[in-house]
Design a protein around this ligand. Structure first.
Ligand code: NZQ
Ligand code: ZN
Length: 384
């Protein structure tokens, strides 16, 4: 196991009816900005619960944060924050709303063009405090310091991370997820699954705790993901998926182990250029990464196949083939196609996608740094 420091400061408030706890969680006397997306929270009753919890407090709202949140939209929110002297941010929604609000938090006191926080890795030294209400279990953003932002003008999707933007609290009420459409249920399970794989499917460092946590989370998603499609209002199922998605990317399983993230980096270019949902890109790219990197990932692929899928082929290569097939099958079972052609993206797009990886200096991806643009091209060819 490698050395590590672990700290996750986000207070998780989990369970049905917990939105009312906002009243006790936001600092007394705060000037609060509630941020949200395209209106799902108004249809499923979440907005009303938030309004009730904020009774007697000073609060404002900013809506219209789109999926893959747009930098341009978020900069409008920054103006509102400055105008109204907001000092606490309360995003209510999925990963896009929470990620977008992290940028708002960081941009308010940033001198210069906030896009450079992502594009030039410019540091920032303060951020407004955030507390969030999560309605889509997927990204883990509710208890991590990461954010992914899209600049609509240039079709670029870039990320930043900072301990300053961890939410102080995250309210996770599984009943808020009952209203998710099947596509977003699938996205959530696939995204969380791939987060675990990015931190697990590398090479062994004898990190038994991290490995077995990761395997338990993967098995939970394999069991409960398809059930959440079939039984959308089964509380226990939704609760297990929600907690698994948070645990998948709150830092715990990633400490002391090598990490990959090539699938995510290649996937972000696919979203930016072709508009695929984040999780859809992962369902396309991950199986191709597993296939292309099967020699380097061999030991972990065998462990994954045996422990997560209970495979017991005598022939190791057959076992790895079966593990990759089982992974694809899981994504397909969730209703998420696993090839570029499944989304109408042709091979002719591949050179442009690789050019964007080069532009974003994503030249040495993966746990060994060996996924060069040429290797990314080969991976995308495998995913065609
Ligand atoms: O905008 P509204 O009307 O709220 O509708 C949203 C949106 O259309 C809807 N939705 C959310 N909760 C709902 C609901 N509809 C009905 N009932 C509910 N309870 O779902 C749609 C998608 O929402 P979005 O927030 O975009 O989805 P997700 O949570 O999957 O977030 C995706 C974004 O997170 C980034 C992705 O790149 C993408 O930009 N990621 C962030 C990460 C992080 N910060 O750690 C890691 C991830 O790897 C990922 O990259
Ligand atoms: Zn993801």
């Amino acid at each position: 196991m490698q050395n590590f420091t672990f700290s996750n400061p986000t207070k998780i408030v989990f369970g049905e009816g917990q939105i009312k706890e906002i009243a006790n969680l936001v600092p007394a006397g705060a000037r609060i900005l509630v941020t949200y997306g395209g209106g799902s929270i108004k249809k499923n009753g979440v907005y009303d619960q938030v309004v009730k919890a904020l009774e007697g407090k000073t609060w404002f709202e900013f809506s219209g944060i789109e999926p893959n949140p747009h930098y341009e939209t978020l900069m409008k929110a920054v103006e509102l924050v400055k105008k109204e002297k907001i000092d606490f941010l309360l995003p209510v929604g999925g990963g896009s709303v929470i990620d977008g609000t992290k940028l708002i938090a960081a941009a308010v006191n940033f001198e210069g063009e906030p896009w450079d926080i992502m594009a030039k890795h410019q540091p920032f030294f303060s951020a407004l405090p955030i507390g969030c209400v999560l309605t889509l279990p997927a990204t883990g953003t509710e208890s991590n310091g990461n954010s992914v932002i899209t600049k609509a003008a240039t079709q670029e999707k870039l990320s930043f991370g900072s301990p300053l933007v961890y939410p102080q609290f995250a309210i996770l009420d599984p009943t808020t997820t009952y209203s998710l459409p099947p596509r977003q249920i699938a996205n959530g399970a696939v995204d969380a699954f791939v987060h675990i794989m990015e931190q697990y499917l590398t090479y062994p460092v004898d990190a038994k705790v991290q490995d077995r946590f990761a395997e338990g989370l993967l098995m939970t998603l394999i069991e409960e993901g398809p059930r959440s499609l079939k039984e959308p209002t089964n509380y226990a199922v939704r609760a297990n998926v929600m907690w698994a998605a948070t645990m998948a990317l709150n830092g715990l399983i990633g400490v002391g182990v090598p990490q990959d993230w090539a699938t995510h980096m290649i996937g972000h270019e696919l979203t930016a250029m072709h508009g695929l949902d984040h999780a859809q890109t992962l369902a396309v790219v991950l199986p191709a990464v597993m296939q292309h990197q099967r020699d380097k990932k061999r030991a972990k692929l065998l462990q994954y196949g045996r422990r997560v899928w209970n495979l017991n082929h005598a022939d190791e290569d057959a076992l790895i083939d079966a593990a990759i097939a089982a992974t694809k099958n899981f994504f397909e079972q969730m209703g998420t196609p696993t090839t570029l052609s499944g989304y109408g993206v042709g091979r002719d797009s591949i050179p442009k996608l690789v050019d964007m990886l080069v532009k974003h200096e994503l030249l040495a991806l993966g746990e060994h740094g060996v996924i060069t643009p040429e290797v990314s091209r080969e991976i995308l060819e495998l995913a065609a």
